[in-house]
Design a protein around this ligand. Structure first.
Ligand code: ADP
Ligand code: MG
Length: 247
């Protein structure tokens, strides 16, 4: 076997796919620049590490289940009250995820709650964190079927092993008592272990009514609000504003 082919076989055996993909480039570059053996070795390992990090971010981006991709750069802070650009820029370092803090976004429809949540989630994935995005309606469906459906069980397991869970659209649909209990258990289990972003169009006061159990809702909010930053957004709906512009 030729040396080159042997290298490729060895790389395959060791699952060093990053090096295998860039082998020609790495070798040619080393020959042109006449680098030392140790420099070449470092380049080889570095190539593999970079490849693995990139692959992991791609996998985590897909596994997050973002409904669309949104960026902070495309968010117009002039259109919304209750949050400033500098506050959000400070959040981009993700220290709040390390500290297991929660972010709660409240406000009427169309003010950018989901946009900001996704943008922060995408940044967290890019920085190496594991993130799961779910609308509350789907989260509850998953919780209800996790016992009987493998895909739901798998998803819930990924959610619980995430660094950040984004729960969107609390308040749009009423939640039955049993469902609220399942939701409470999830929040309780993730308490101080996982960061949360929660968005809601309803203020805290209406949550008890929505969940049909004031004692449980108090306990739920207690956990959510401990180590949390609350943003009460307000403004004209971006959807309606843009619609009017088009009409
Ligand atoms: P909400 O979740 O509060 O109902 P969304 O985040 O879904 O609102 O926003 C609705 C649409 O308007 C999305 O396409 C979003 O990207 C856009 N949008 C909302 N607010 C802004 C903003 N301040 N700057 C740019 N786009 C915005
Ligand atoms: Mg939304």
């Amino acid at each position: 076997m030729k040396a080159y082919e042997q290298t490729l076989t060895l790389l395959k055996t060791l699952s060093l796919r990053g090096v295998a993909k860039s082998l020609d480039e790495v070798i040619n570059d080393a020959e042109i620049r006449k680098v030392s053996y140790i420099t070449l070795l470092n380049t080889i390992f570095d190539t593999e590490v970079s490849y693995r990090i990139k692959r992991r971010v791609e996998r985590n981006m897909a596994g997050a289940h973002f409904p669309v991709l949104k960026k902070i750069d495309n968010f117009d802070f002039g259109r919304v009250k209750g949050i400033g650009k500098s506050e959000v820029v400070n959040l981009l370092d993700c220290r709040w995820v390390d500290n297991r803090e929660n972010l709660l976004f409240f406000g009427p429809p169309g003010v950018g709650k989901t946009h900001l949540s996704i943008a922060l989630g995408v940044t967290a994935v890019e920085r190496g964190y594991k993130v799961c995005f779910e609308r509350i309606a789907n989260l509850i469906k998953l919780l209800k079927t996790a016992d009987i459906q493998k895909t739901a069980e798998y998803r819930i397991r990924r959610i619980m092993k995430s660094d950040l869970i984004i729960i969107d659209e609390i308040g749009y649909t009423p939640i039955e008592k049993r469902e609220a209990n399942l939701f409470f258990n999830l929040i309780s289990e993730s308490y101080e272990k996982v960061s949360l972003i929660v968005t809601s169009n309803k203020s805290f006061e209406s949550w008890a009514e929505m969940m049909g159990d004031s004692i449980m809702t108090t306990a739920l909010l207690d956990r959510l609000l401990h180590h949390a930053r609350v943003f009460n957004l307000d403004g004209e709906s971006y959807r309606i504003k843009n619609h009017n512009k088009e009409v």
